[in-house]
Design a binder for this molecule. Sequence first.
Ligand code: NCD
Length: 304
Amino acid sequence: MRHLMSPLDFTVEELEQLFDLANDIEHNMDKYAHACSGKKLATCFYEPSTRTRLSFESAMLNLGGSVIGFSDANSSSAAKGESVSDTIRVISCFADICAMRHPKEGAPMVAASRSAIPVINAGDGGHQHPTQTLTDLLTIRSLKGRLGNFTIGLCGDLKFGRTVHSLINALVRYQGIRFIFISPEELKVPDYITDMLKEKHIPYEEVIRLEEIMPRLDFLYMTRVQKERFFNEEDYVRLKDFYILNREKMKLAKKDMLILHPLPRVNEISVEVDDDPRAAYFRQVQYGVYVRMALILTLLEINV
Ligand code: NCD
């Protein structure tokens, strides 16, 4: 039985197969409409989420399966003090597969070690968010036709943003990737990531101003400042509007640069940018459903 804790749990070849399946789903939805009939997905969300949870639920419903779960730790037995290990053993009796989000890093891993059903990490603290990464990779591959040979700028909260950490880890396996990290000093990408890049001889730069590097980017991955992971309100208020991508700044970008964002957006992308054909963040949400459908089928070993 397989779980998904990190994007690296799949080899590059396995990811190619997963993305091929996701693209087939995209173009032939009807073919998959009953693939999971009789199967249940449990969404166990100990931390707020709209899109990830609903994306999973929508994915399972599109496959003809059904969904059970909770969206708030206070409405689960965690509020009574139940451990994640016990919860997953119980859920294993109710469902065929589980997507778990937890504020504690490593909690889904603990659950997976005790589970009788596949567990998908749907985000653990500031650590990893593998299904967002699968979404990002599928979006890049579908819209650009390849997963290597480009310069990607990651901008915003690179310290606490788990989607950023997961994405960097996944992209280093492709050829010809250059990273440009754009953040204020306080929100720089963690040392363990830059150490890993140095070790693998992957080129990266760290800058503060977005404008100066904008013309060089093939992708700009914007992120929200992660309010819930700050220790004090004052720092958050000071940093929250550090970057605001607007039409003016978009004039500096390549004609075919694409803007990605895991969403939710706060102020970091002005709504006036939404009409720019280079804004790909809502298309990205749609790819998230296709890739989760492909993932559910793969982990449940269902062939259509
Ligand atoms: C991200 C997350 O939860 O880490 N959202 C998501 O799942 N699409 C990004 C964020 O919350 O900023």
